[in-house]
Each structure stands twice: as structure tokens, then as C-alpha cells.
Ligand binder design. Structure first.
Ligand code: B1M
Length: 210
């Protein structure tokens, strides 16, 4: 039987951390696949939170409370998402670009890449172009993955690609980008190697390169 995702959605939307943890654990215990719990239980709810923020039904504190409650579910799922290790696909440098503090999508990406056998170096949020360059050099990365959730921070992706070129490492890495406002067209305009709408398709696209 499918877990009651509507109840979990509601708990995320109202920001009830304990309830989110309890219902996520319940879904896991009932044998629901972790990716299903993530997508149907948590991600769908954050989309609804975004919609309410956009229409003025929610303000910043409600959005923040919902994000925090989502983490109490995500923290339970993350080890399971990262569990099925293949080995040795190379190192991924992952970060949310400068000026941008959204990290939920980035962290999901990190968990799925780890699970797919990549070594993930997460340089965090608000990461400026030089931070990406330094991490690529230090870890001899094969991939650079950038996340941006704001239209105002998308341009940082282009700056980062230019910084990689200036540092002489652009040709040695595959650059993937994503996040709600990012599009395939934007990806082509700034010279990224691939764009993905969600974390699972980002892994699939990265695999085409190795
Ligand atoms: Co903000 N926020 N937020 N926010 N926030 C959005 C993004 C917004 C769309 C809400 C809205 O208006 N509907 C809007 C942006 C508008 C725009 O620019 N177009 C917005 C705004 C305006 C803001 C502030 C400016 C609000 C303010 O201060 N007045 C502010 C900015 C702060 C900053 O970054 N400098 C702000 C702050 C916040 C919180 C701190 C409260 C919180 C973030 C908490 C956190 O991350 N720790 C927050 C939240 C939670 C959201 C929404 C509601 C949810 C984002 C999220 O976590 N989604 C969001 C509305 C929305 O997106 N529906 C919104 C769930 C997550 C799993 O999805 O991150 O999209 P996502 O990641 C997906 C894919 O996009 C993809 O895979 C992921 C998983 O499948 N993906 C990639 C992501 N990165 C990828 C990289 C890849 C590939 C795929 O590389 C290959």
C-alpha cells in the first residue's frame, strides 16, 4: 500500500519538523522506495510552498520553516539515497552559486551522485567562481555541477564557466547546471555541457560523459 503522502506534504507545508520525521520514517518502514518518498512526500510539498510564497499566501518565515522541516525528512533519506555505491566514476565539484543560499536541491544532487559512485566535493552555498576553480584544481575533478534557484544568480554560472576557462581547466571538466529558473537554452548560451531538470536526470546525463 502506498504511504499517505498527502499527510507528509501537509506536514512539510506547515513546517512541522517532528511530524515530517515521523511520517518519513513511517514510509521507509512500510517499504516505500526512498526516491518515491523524496519526490512524492517532500519535493511536491516544497513546490506548493513556492506557489504559496509567489501568491502572497506565505511569507519568508513560513518558507524557511517549511525548508527546515523538509530537512528532517531529507536527513533520514539521504544515507539511503547514497547507499547503492558503484565505484570510481570520478570526482564531482558541487555548489550553489554566489549570492544564492538555496541548498535543498544541491544536497539531493549530492546524495544521488554519491549513490551513483561519484566522489562528491560539496563546496556549499554562495560559492564564488574562484571557489569552484580552486576545488577543481585541488581535487582534479571531472565534473562541475552548479545549482541556482534565483534568476538574479543564474549569471554566476556563466562567470564560473569563464573563470574555469581563465584558469585553464575548462576543457578538463564537464559542466552541468540546473535549478528552477535554469533552462536548456540558457545552458547552451553560457556554454555548459549539460542541463538537467532534476537530480536523477543529472546523474543520467553525467553518465553519458563517462
Ligand atoms: Co527561496 N525562492 N528565496 N527560499 N525558495 C524560490 C527559489 C522562489 C522561486 C519562490 C517563489 O517566488 N515562488 C523565488 C525565486 C524567484 C526567482 O528568482 N525566479 C525565491 C526567492 C525570491 C527567495 C528570496 C529572494 C526571498 C527573500 O528574501 N525575499 C530568498 C533568497 C535568498 C538567497 O538565496 N540569497 C529566498 C530564501 C529562501 C529560504 C532560505 C527561505 C528557503 C531556502 C532554504 C534552503 O535551501 N536551505 C527558500 C525556499 C525553500 C524556496 C522554495 C520554496 C523551494 C526551493 C526548494 O528547496 N525546492 C522555492 C520555490 C520553488 O522552487 N518551487 C524558492 C525543492 C528542491 C528539491 O528543488 O532546489 O529546484 P530545487 O532542486 C531540484 C531541481 O531544480 C534540480 O534538482 C533538484 C532536485 O531534483 N536541480 C539541479 C537543482 N540544482 C541543480 C543542478 C544541476 C542539475 C539539477 O546541475 C547539473
Amino acid at each position: 500500500m502506498m504511504p499517505n503522502y498527502e499527510e507528509l506534504n501537509e506536514a512539510v507545508i506547515v513546517g512541522d519538523r517532528d511530524k515530517v520525521a515521523e511520517l518519513t520514517q513511517k514510509a521507509i518502514d512500510e517499504g516505500a522506495p526512498p526516491r518515491e518518498v523524496l519526490d512524492k512526500g517532500l519535493v511536491v510539498a516544497m513546490d506548493e510552498v513556492g506557489r504559496r510564497y509567489q501568491t502572497g499566501e506565505f511569507y519568508f518565515p513560513e518558507m524557511l520553516r517549511a525548508a527546515r522541516s523538509m530537512y528532517s525528512g531529507l536527513d533520514l533519506l539521504r544515507p539511503m539515497l547514497a547507499a547503492s555505491k558503484d565505484e570510481g566514476r570520478g570526482t564531482v565539484v558541487l555548489g550553489t552559486v554566489k549570492g544564492d543560499l538555496h541548498d535543498i536541491g544541491k544536497n539531493i544532487l549530492g546524495a544521488l551522485f554519491e549513490g551513483a559512485g561519484y566522489e562528491v566535493v560539496d563546496i556549499g552555498i554562495d560559492a564564488n567562481p574562484q571557489k569552484f576553480v580552486d576545488a577543481v584544481k585541488e581535487h582534479e575533478a571531472k565534473f562541475v555541477l552548479m545549482s541556482a534557484l534565483l534568476t538574479t544568480t543564474m549569471e554566476e554560472m556563466k562567470k564560473t564557466i569563464l573563470a574555469l576557462a581563465d584558469a585553464g581547466v575548462r576543457e578538463s571538466v564537464v559542466v552541468g547546471i540546473g535549478g528552477a529558473p535554469v533552462t536548456e537554452q540558457f545552458s547552451q548560451e553560457i556554454g555548459a555541457d549539460f542541463y538537467a531538470t532534476d537530480a536523477a536526470s543529472a546523474v543520467a546525463k553525467a553518465r553519458e560523459f563517462n
